[in-house]
Design a protein around this ligand. Structure first.
Ligand code: SF4
Length: 144
């Protein structure tokens, strides 16, 4: 099996067309607060990025770093993700997010394509996001 197919099997992904008027949107990659699992950190290190370059460890959970207001992996000229095949698990499930106040999975209303996410996909991928949140809690919060 090709490595990319293997990755796609391992990490559930929500595919939507992120283009608006033929241009990539990229809005979710500006001022990112995307959390990183241990697997995310290891996978991205394996493709050559040192941890200090992309991991922000100032909070209780490590998150992607921003540079000049956007994720270090966003090419602002094209709004493309330069590590797309290896992007974090949370990026793969976006625009599904966990709403702490509602204690439920929702489609991020800030995403300009929120309205095109089929209900079927929300149902199918909600359990993947819940399990990702649970893993992050186990990895970083419960052990302290
Ligand atoms: S890793 Fe890629 S998809 Fe995720 S926030 Fe950064 S640029 Fe966007």
């Amino acid at each position: 099996m090709f490595p990319q197919l293997l990755l796609n099997c391992m990490y559930p992904t929500l595919y939507i067309n992120c283009r608006i008027n033929e241009e990539l949107c990229g809005k979710c990659c500006y001022d990112t607060k995307m959390p990183l699992t241990k697997r995310d950190v290891e996978r991205i290190k394996k493709i050559g990025y040192p941890e200090e370059y992309f991991v922000d460890r100032r909070g209780r959970i490590p998150r992607l770093k921003n540079m000049k207001g956007h994720c270090v992996f966003l090419d602002p000229r094209t709004n493309a993700c330069i590590i797309y095949p290896d992007r974090p698990e949370g990026c793969r499930l976006y625009p599904l997010i966990y709403d702490e106040e509602k204690d439920s999975i929702v489609v991020d209303p800030l995403c300009p394509k929120a309205h095109v996410v089929p209900h079927k996909l929300i149902i199918e991928l909600s359990s993947a996001l819940l399990s990702l949140i649970d893993r992050l809690r186990n990895e970083y919060l419960r052990s302290r």
